[in-house]
Design a protein around this ligand. Structure first.
Ligand SMILES: Cc1ncc(COP(=O)(O)O)c(C=O)c1O
Length: 450
């Protein structure tokens, strides 16, 4: 134990002090790199609605919402009451719960492609299980994914998550770039990379590997690619290609499920074979789910003579996540979604006005209740266009610090906002004024990024 521990036990420690201890026992002092911040991250005291208060006493408006996971902000009273009741009855058992079945029904009723569903504990696990389901069903090993797309931390899903100009290769056939050092070559050999929103090149890449592909993995509004919407023609072309070639199309809606009642897929005239869910469907608790065609999901059915994909998880469908998620998604009905998306669009319009007033080369992409700012006057349409150089990243970090420390605003570190239903016009006005102040403050640096 830290020798100073007993002396400081009885007084409130500063974030800096806690971080000092954290660094001794946690690599880099953090369990998730998105929290990492130089010189130290700020530690939370409590949060309510769309406001967080750190242990140093500063209150901020939360536009990050735990990386898009909190659709009703913090400590929503209805979710709080429901989970307190559940916790009193137990939090995890080696038995089934009715809540799981009720929640499964509720989610399956939201989208026609959700015929059967299984719960897991994170978006990573949902994407992983979805890929394994596709492999088990097709008997084929490979997957295809977009360059720069983030799909969680499964080996195969994280290939080419952060490629650079020095290793991304020719756009006609992008390299499969390892994220973690030590990734087996076999993983890279089994992941095809295609350029998002580029029909011709993508279809050419898929054609070359049609016989070996289990699924094409698609995020309809991929955050790290640039949070631009998938063009309808692009998504349709991939869909048609998968129909012709007996390959599954698997949507990662871990983030985009918030875009519409049935997820972003509702905005496309497509019924995917499989969909991965996570984040908001946990009502603030860890969760993931994968869902899709009944005949495909049969590979998971232990009552079949031959079980093609044996699948389990100690905390899968735990009643706390099920209860919180069910209440959260019940409240996230069509009316709430329309209201939230309308307010977000209003925020985008106000920020565009601020961009105009400050006359800075900044553009915005996004969909539904999410948007991201880019330090270029024309919004990027591909990962390589949206790519942030070291200099861009440095400026973005300075801007995020300005917002965090001077304007008391929390955003996602890509300069993105993920709204929650508890944000109101008052917070939108504060946000757009903060952006205007920031654009004015950084104008001369921003102008160099034309
Ligand atoms: C599109 C997408 N898929 C999957 C994941 C992984 O989810 P989790 O962090 O719950 O494992 C994320 C997380 O940010 C994501 O953005």
């Amino acid at each position: 134990m830290d020798p100073n521990h007993s002396n400081i036990k009885n007084r409130k420690r500063t974030s800096e002090e806690i971080y000092h201890q954290a660094c001794k026992i946690i690599p880099g002092g953090v369990s998730r790199n998105t929290i990492f911040h130089k010189p130290y991250p700020h530690y939370i005291s409590h949060a309510s609605g769309c406001y967080t208060t750190d242990i140093d006493g500063t209150q901020r408006i939360d536009f990050a919402n735990n990386m898009a996971a909190l659709i009703h902000g913090h400590t929503h009273p209805e979710i709080e009451n429901a989970i307190i009741n559940q916790i009193k009855k137990g939090t995890a058992y080696s038995m089934a719960t009715e809540t799981e079945v009720l929640y499964a029904q509720q989610l399956c009723d939201r989208a026609p492609s959700f015929e059967k569903i299984r719960f897991v504990n994170s978006g990573t696990e949902a994407v992983m299980a979805m890929i394994k389901t596709a492999r088990a069903f097709t008997g084929r090993p490979k997957i295809a994914k977009a360059e720069g797309a983030y799909h969680g931390t499964y080996d195969f899903a994280e290939v080419s998550q952060t490629p650079k100009p020095t290793n991304w290769g020719n756009i006609d056939s992008p390299n499969s770039v390892a994220l973690a050092t030590g990734t087996p070559q076999a993983v890279l050999d089994n992941v095809l990379i295609f350029p998002y929103n580029d029909i011709e090149r993508t279809l050419a890449i898929l054609d070359k590997n049609a016989n070996e592909l289990a699924c094409v993995l698609i995020d309809l509004v991929p955050h790290r690619v640039g949070l631009m919407k998938g063009d309808h023609e692009f998504i349709n072309a991939i869909y048609e290609w998968t129909r012709k070639n007996d390959v599954l199309i698997a949507f990662d809606e871990v983030v985009t499920f918030r875009v519409n009642y049935g997820g972003a897929q509702q905005n496309y005239n497509i019924k995917p074979d499989l969909t991965a869910l996570g984040k908001i469907i946990g009502g603030g608790f860890p969760i993931g789910a994968f869902t899709g065609r009944a005949d495909v999901m049969k590979v998971l059915d232990p009552s079949e003579n031959k079980l093609l994909f044996p699948h389990s998880g100690t905390f899968s469908a735990n009643p706390v996540s099920m209860t919180a998620g069910r209440i959260a998604m019940e409240m996230f009905n069509k009316e709430a979604i329309l209201k939230l998306n309308t307010l977000t669009q209003k925020a985008i319009n106000q920020i565009r006005e601020a961009i105009k007033i400050a006359d800075v080369p900044v553009s915005i992409t996004g969909a539904g209740s999410m948007f991201r700012l880019h330090l270029k006057s024309v919004a990027p349409t591909s990962f390589r266009e949206a790519y942030q150089t070291k200099e861009t990243k440095l400026l973005i970090n300075e801007m995020l610090d300005y917002l965090f420390f001077k304007e008391n605003i929390m955003m996602i570190n890509t300069l993105a906002c993920m709204f929650s239903t508890v944000i109101k016009q008052k917070e939108v006005d504060i946000l757009s004024q903060a952006f205007l102040n920031m654009f004015k403050q950084f104008k001369s640096q921003l102008d160099t990024f034309q």
